[in-house]
Design a protein around this ligand. Structure first.
Ligand SMILES: [Zn+2]
Length: 105
């Protein structure tokens, strides 16, 4: 299964694939990632068997990579995985709190 998204006029294809897909495994054939973003191809690969909450987090993480590439932000450094993991882990909470704050305006 796949779907297409557009970020800042850049078209990305998001593929939901088996955990044995070549993009998700290492040289030994072991699963090395639950999600992968390929900036040159503008493709995102997501393990299609993840539990819903974990999948939401992985999708958010990969989306952050895609946003960084599409908006040409230079978060792509050694700490980018930490940043993407951190935001992905707290994204729902962040959205909920933003909504809560906006209600007070
Ligand atoms: Zn990552």
């Amino acid at each position: 299964m796949a779907t297409t998204i557009t970020i800042n006029s850049v078209k990305w294809i998001v593929f939901f694939v088996d955990k044995t897909h070549e993009e998700l495994i290492d040289d030994d054939g072991e699963q090395s990632a639950y999600g992968v973003t390929c900036p040159r191809e503008c493709e995102i690969y997501i393990d299609d068997e993840l539990p819903k909450d974990h999948m939401r987090q992985i999708i958010t993480h990969e989306l952050l990579h895609a946003f960084a590439f599409s908006y040409r932000e230079s978060i792509e450094c050694e700490s980018d995985e930490k940043i993407c993991n951190f935001i992905a882990a707290h994204f729902d909470e962040l959205k909920r709190l933003r909504k809560e704050i906006l209600k007070a305006v």
